[in-house]
Design a protein around this ligand. Structure first.
Ligand SMILES: Cc1ncc(COP(=O)(O)O)c(C=O)c1O
Length: 406
């Protein structure tokens, strides 16, 4: 019998490139001498020598644009020319000039008009989700979330005492029939729906346009906010970026989250919230912002500099090319090798156990959601490693699989 392993989620969150011509980058990749390694205390961070950890959905450390950030920092923090008040408590919504630059950046990249008054500066999507949990929880202690979903999202909800109610995802994205059924049978609307409508983590799927429209209708009808976690929209492989859900018509109930983690560097801890002013007003009244002011204004000013100088635009174009290349390399390696008979009874966790001694790891699907269907899936990120390392990792996975089949 012939089966194929359901590699439904070959996602790569990003790959930063240092801004060199892509052909030059590829030459460097193909002649690499050193394995990509990274120290860290958690499996989310750690990459040991000669190991391929496909769980790592973060940029390769050697490609983080430290030079460009250093230059932007020295320009924005020039004691002779910069605004000293950058170091002061700032406006809760974020500095106007930073929001204005982000609005110009988003408008250009998405070919839409984004009003700075619809933006708020955040410290990235994880923290923005936490802030929204605390602002929206009120009496509703439940929220809808996809199954599978971003593996850390349920923990953020749990930290705020919110119980996750799962909704399956199919080829077109979130299953709206199940959502509708839950909305009609539940006593009250949830605190919110959390979803990843574009390049979903882990499935890589994008919510179809008919479902987007219907989802927005349901939110309006049943009056529940949609938190759209959208870290990957600007890393599109095709010619055009898919605009944030908050920019669709009738998106009054949508709060889109964007982040610089995947397009500049996660250590910056900077992102943006894109929503109609009613949600921005709710957030700026949050006690933590009233007390501490706007989030991360110094880094906001540095990132603003990377936008204003044009660096971020060219950097994103390089990342996209690098990611397309890496995804092709991994896909080809797996298609060449994995397209073999695999009994469906093999659980991804069993494969992971067999893979570990071969120094290859991945995220088993069961970590992304409770449905039993997830057990036969594995999530492979391709952003962290160089092409040769991806090929080596794919070969080791195949060897691991053979140890189970033999
Ligand atoms: C869907 C999703 N949301 C949020 C994050 C984390 O975003 P941030 O670094 O902005 O906190 C990730 C990172 O992989 C992600 O895939």
């Amino acid at each position: 019998m012939i089966y194929h392993i359901p590699l439904h989620s070959i996602i790569g969150s990003l790959q930063n490139s240092p801004g060199e011509a892509d052909s030059k980058k590829d030459t460097i990749c193909l002649n690499m001498h050193q394995w990509t390694v990274q120290g860290g205390t958690t499996p989310q961070q750690c990459a040991s020598d000669k190991e391929v950890n496909f769980s790592l959905g973060q940029p390769s450390p050697r490609l983080l644009p430290i030079e460009a950030i250093a230059e932007a920092a020295s320009r924005s923090l020039d004691p002779n020319g910069s605004d000293r008040l950058i170091l002061q408590y700032g406006a809760a919504q974020g500095r106007f000039s930073t929001r204005e630059s982000v609005s110009v950046f988003l408008s250009k990249r998405h070919q839409i008009a984004v009003d700075p008054s619809h933006l708020m500066i955040s410290t990235g999507n994880s923290a923005a989700l936490g802030l929204l949990c605390s602002a929206l929880r009120r009496t509703h202690a439940t929220a809808f979330i996809e199954d599978p979903s971003y593996l850390h999202a349920p923990n953020i909800l749990k930290s705020h005492g919110i119980q996750a109610i799962r909704i399956p995802v199919d080829q077109e994205g979130l299953c709206l029939d199940t959502l509708e059924h839950l909305l009609c049978t539940n006593q009250s609307a949830p605190a919110f729906l959390y979803c990843i409508p574009t390049y979903h983590n882990p499935t890589g799927r994008t919510l179809s346009s008919s479902r987007r429209k219907r989802l927005l209708e349901l939110a309006t009808e049943h009056e529940f906010p949609i938190i759209a976690d959208e870290p990957y929209n600007l890393l599109h492989f095709g010619p055009n970026a898919i605009p944030p859900l908050a920019s669709e018509p009738n998106a009054d109930w949508v709060i889109s989250l964007g982040t610089f983690s995947k397009i500049l560097g996660p250590g910056l801890r900077l992102g943006w919230i894109h929503a109609s002013p009613r949600w921005i007003r709710l957030l700026v009244k949050h006690g933590e912002l009233v007390s501490g002011g706007g989030l991360n204004p110094v880094v906001g000013t540095i990132v603003q500099q990377t936008i204003d100088s044009g660096f971020l635009d060219s950097h994103i174009d390089c990342i996209r090319k690098t990611l397309v290349h890496r995804s092709k390399i991994l896909h080809q390696s797996l298609a060449n090798t994995f397209w073999i008979g695999i009994p469906q009874s093999i659980d991804a966790n069993t494969l992971l156990k067999a893979a570990k001694p071969l120094r290859v790891q991945f995220t088993p699907g069961s970590r992304c959601g409770p449905s039993s269907d997830n057990h036969t899936f594995m999530r492979l990120s391709f952003s962290f490693y160089e092409p040769e390392e991806l090929v080596e990792g794919a070969e080791r996975l195949v060897t691991a699989l053979h140890t189970l089949l033999d």
